[in-house]
Design a protein around this ligand. Structure first.
Ligand code: SF4
Length: 329
């Protein structure tokens, strides 16, 4: 492991100043992924600025949104009474996203910034990885691709976005609040992540030194039901092969409100506006759900190792929609 120095920031302004001043300095929060990557030699910062003691933790309810501080833990958010009552698919995504031990340490900001789970990205002995080593190629496209994306990919990278939590957050029009040397700004989560294109090493719109301070999650309409389903090779402590999160309002058999996002298939959290267009004002029937699933997977690009995901993702979404509609019947 490369030597590095460690400093604990006194306040958010000092943390932003320290990181902004040095391209080899970065933030440290829960560290549940970051320290693994440092031990494996994938990341090698010169200095870590610890933000865990800053007042960036906590959940505030406004009546129409919940505001979640960046260093709030996954477990704290999963236990929030408004999340349990109004946003059950966020709670499901959190509980399915990590073990209890990890949920008690991992932060919401860190969850959204977790790096690719691609085995080639995480193995520095592999030369060809455009995300870790820009311009070197992509070992996954010609190698073992199973836990990889089929939507939003490029000829330069097919790495999956691995966060479960980001799926319901994308469906809900969550906003990410950040602080920089120039002041605060707010970014819709659906515009926060960047598909790989020809620069897979640039994963989001954060500029160096910008600090996520909070996220703001709009509550769905009264009467909405939601569900998150994660399909994986084993039942715990595993990333998604496919997942889907949706929130619906069904009245008199018609879908009045629909939010849909997919996981396990996209290079970014995959909000499916196409599926929502199919669902909105349509009858809550199997034919509608099938059409929504077809729309959601339009444009999928597969390799032999990922071809199974197209049908699996459709079935995952259909199961989620059927489950919600069944609860509202
Ligand atoms: Fe690297 Fe992306 Fe290719 Fe994985 S899929 S080897 S992260 S470039």
């Amino acid at each position: 492991m490369r030597p590095f120095s460690y400093v604990r920031a006194a306040d958010a302004g000092e943390a932003v100043a320290l990181v902004s001043a040095d391209p080899d300095t970065t933030y440290l929060a829960g560290g549940t992924t970051q320290l693994d990557l440092m031990k494996d030699g994938v990341l090698g910062p010169d200095r870590l600025v610890d933000i865990t003691r800053l007042p960036l933790s906590g959940i505030t309810h406004t009546g129409t949104t919940i505001r979640v501080g960046a260093t709030t833990t996954m477990e704290e958010l999963a236990a929030d009474p408004v999340v349990i009552e109004r946003l059950p698919f966020i709670r499901e995504a959190l509980l399915l996203g990590a073990s209890t031990q990890l949920r008690n340490l991992a932060t919401i900001g860190g969850n959204l910034l977790q790096r690719a789970r691609c085995r080639y990205f995480r193995d520095p002995t592999v030369e060809a990885c455009n995300k870790r080593n820009p311009g070197s190629g992509c070992a996954a496209i010609t190698g073992f691709a199973r836990m990889h994306a089929i939507l939003g990919t490029s000829d330069h990278c097919i790495a999956l976005h691995a966060s479960d939590l980001a799926i319901p957050l994308a469906a809900l029009d969550t906003v990410i609040h950040v602080q920089s040397m120039d002041g605060p700004r707010s970014i819709p989560l659906t515009e926060f992540y960047l598909p790989p294109g020809d620069t897979p090493h640039v994963e989001n719109v954060l500029r160096h030194g910008e600090l996520i301070t909070a996220i703001e999650v709009p509550l769905p309409p009264e009467g909405a039901r939601s569900h998150y389903l994660k399909v994986r090779d084993r039942v715990s402590y595993e990333f998604a092969l496919t997942s889907a999160g949706a929130a619906l309002v069904v009245e008199d058999g018609l879908i009045r409100h629909a939010r849909v996002a997919l996981g396990g298939v996209g290079t970014v959290p995959w909000r499916s506006w196409d599926a929502e267009d199919v669902l909105r004002d349509a009858p809550a029937t199997g034919d509608t759900f099938q059409a929504a699933a077809e729309a959601a997977l339009t444009g999928a690009r597969t390799l032999p190792g990922t071809a199974f995901k197209v049908e699996l993702a459709k079935r995952t979404l259909i199961r989620v929609l059927e489950t919600i509609a069944g609860e509202q019947a």
